[in-house]
Ligand binder design. Structure first.
Ligand code: FES
Length: 74
């Protein structure tokens, strides 16, 4: 699953960066380039830094359109 659509960064890439020592959003921005475009992925990245699953970080009512794609929580 993509966490950052602007930069095509996946959940597994964010998880790997966290496993390798990323502790802040700035760390993820530096290593993966997340949250450097529209910023919609920042809350999800922050939640993942706290050890939460990416899907758990998306509010149940969330529906976000980014670059023509629509993300909806199932
Ligand atoms: S989705 Fe990550 S910066 Fe736009």
């Amino acid at each position: 699953m993509y966490v950052c659509l602007c930069n095509a960064v996946t959940e597994s890439e964010v998880r790997e960066a966290c496993d390798q020592g990323a502790e802040t959003l700035s760390d993820l921005q530096d290593s993966l380039g997340v949250a450097m475009g529209c910023g919609q992925c920042a809350p999800t990245c922050c939640a993942m830094l706290e050890g939460k699953d990416a899907m758990a970080a998306i509010p149940a009512s969330a529906s976000t359109a980014v670059s023509g794609s629509v993300i909806r929580r199932a």
